[in-house]
Design a protein around this ligand. Structure first.
Ligand code: FAD
Ligand code: NAI
Length: 420
């Protein structure tokens, strides 16, 4: 069978859920799509974000939730950030992730395809002080910073010179944002305090407190109302303080300021108030929705450029928008690899169809919530379901073994509490 290759190059920006599933689906048969694949991303690994919160307290180790892109995907990889796309000249503008050096990757608008899968960054709403004083939870480096800050707070609080107020401030862990990211971090922090801190810092543990601040009426507002009510009750039982309908307007090095004039001091602040477009997506001159995501059609194509595709958190379907989740990005990546293969064979692909597989979240104390259409699960059974789903979803056998080993290690010996 003779195969016509419509694309000389396939350029993929990003190594997250969308890009990784596209590249893995293209696999060894990528020659059916393009003669050459070039992947550009500031990180040479894929991060399995559903288990990222567990790494902030050492329930899992960082390397257990990442996979090397070089070993597992086809094409050439460049460790760089795309800073812009000059569509008229046909060039992706890049900056090395190591030395900051800049370079351009030329492409031909007619014979090459470009896929933008750069995800999103954490939304800050431009609130003063957030970038300077809060920690985010998107990348492995973010999780590492949180883990270091937790131990810095614990060790500082152990010093004999501190006043009681100052000790309590340092041991106050505050999360802003009651979506699944904020809830899962608070849950992990609770587990860590309830089990490991009791043993390692017996004199401090009574002063440790966790507060979750949210501007909305309920936590996990995108989940079924019964599950968000369950999470709130569960947090109350675990003594996680929840401040609802509370808007943060300013952040200082050690305190939050609220719209109603209230304040809250903290030792460690994690900020998780949703997604915002990355600088690259902001810079692109194509149609976007009001939150700044690239508008794409049912073939994941961006209007106004012949072979420009976008998927995952940085894009939104023009009709029938779908959630900004890993499962959506993954399905889009798999679809696009198949659709491009069909185009290469001269066939018209069918439009993309999203299949919702439900939403899961871990809420601490071996409890989870599972929103699976008509079935709503909570408690220990949902926790077991959460673990088994994500264990099977982890891409490689190597990572599955590492995660299983980490869970067993944590269960038997507790978390590693060394500060590195
Ligand atoms: P990402 O996976 O974020 O990947 C973006 C990629 O682009 C990265 O490799 C990044 O390095 C790269 N990049 C960024 N800028 C540039 C640039 N300028 N040039 C080149 N490359 C660039 N979803 C679920 O469905 N279930 C869950 O349980 C779940 N848990 C989550 C937990 C946490 C803590 C977080 C933060 C998110 C979670 N999500 C979950 C959401 C999910 O991670 C995202 O929806 C998903 O990662 C989006 O995939 P993506 O490919 O669009 O972006
Ligand atoms: P989110 O958008 O789901 O929730 C953000 C929360 O922040 C909202 O509850 C909102 O009320 C609150 N908020 C906004 N501004 C605020 C302010 N100024 N002060 C206080 N609170 C404020 O964001 P999140 O959790 O970061 O998730 C991002 C995306 O990743 C979502 O699409 C989510 O579905 C997905 N995700 C899915 C997970 C899962 O399936 N288990 C886990 C983590 C993320």
């Amino acid at each position: 069978v003779s195969v016509t290759l419509p694309f000389k190059q396939l350029i993929v920006l990003g190594t997250g859920f969308g890009a990784y599933s596209l590249l893995r689906t293209a696999g060894r048969k990528y020659a059916r799509i393009a003669e050459d694949i070039i992947v550009i991303s500031p990180r040479n690994h894929f991060v399995f974000t559903p288990l990222l919160a567990s790494t902030t307290v050492g329930s899992l180790e960082f390397r257990s939730v990442i996979e090397s892109v070089r070993l597992r995907t086809p094409g050439r990889f460049l460790l760089a950030e795309a800073t812009g796309i000059d569509w008229d000249r046909g060039a992706v503008l890049c900056r090395s992730a190591l030395d900051g050096g800049t370079f351009e990757l030329p492409f031909n608008r007619d014979s090459d395809a470009l896929v933008v899968a750069v995800g999103a960054q954490t939304q800050t709403f431009g609130i003063p002080g957030v970038v300077e004083h809060a920690l985010f939870l998107k990348q492995i480096n973010d999780a590492r910073r949180i883990r270091q800050r937790i131990f810095a707070c614990l060790e500082l609080a152990s010093l004999p010179t501190l006043s009681d107020d100052e000790r309590r401030r340092l041991l106050h862990f505050v999360v802003v944002g009651g979506g699944p990211t904020g809830v899962e971090f608070a849950a992990e922090m609770f587990d860590f305090a309830a089990s490991d801190l009791k043993r390692a810092y017996p004199n401090l543990v009574q002063d440790v407190s966790i507060t979750l601040v949210d501007a909305g009426k309920h936590l996990l507002s995108s989940y079924d109302a019964t599950l968000s009510a369950y999470t709130e009750k569960h947090f109350a039982r675990q003594s996680i303080q929840v401040l609802k309908e509370t808007h943060v307007v300013r952040v200082e090095a050690d305190r939050l300021h609220f719209k109603d004039g209230g304040e809250l001091s903290f030792g460690c602040l994690v900020w998780a108030t949703g997604n915002a477009p990355t600088p690259l997506v902001k810079s692109l001159p194509f149609a976007k929705d009001k939150t700044g995501r690239l508008l794409i059609d049912e073939y994941l194509k961006v209007d106004g450029a012949p072979h420009l595709y976008a998927l995952g958190d940085c894009a939104v379907l023009n009709e029938n928008p779908i959630p900004a989740t890993a499962q959506a990005a993954e399905q889009q990546g798999t679809y696009l690899a198949k659709a491009l293969t069909m185009r290469a064979a001269g066939r018209e692909p069918v439009p993309f169809r999203y299949i919702h597989q439900g939403m899961l979240a871990y809420v601490g104390g071996h409890s989870g919530v599972a929103d699976l259409g008509r079935f709503k699960g909570r408690g220990f059974a949902a926790f077991l379901f959460w673990r088994s789903v994500y264990l099977t979803k982890l891409v490689s056998l190597r990572n599955k073994v590492m995660v299983l080993f980490d869970w067993a290690r944590t269960f038997i010996f507790g978390r590693d509490i060394s500060r590195m």
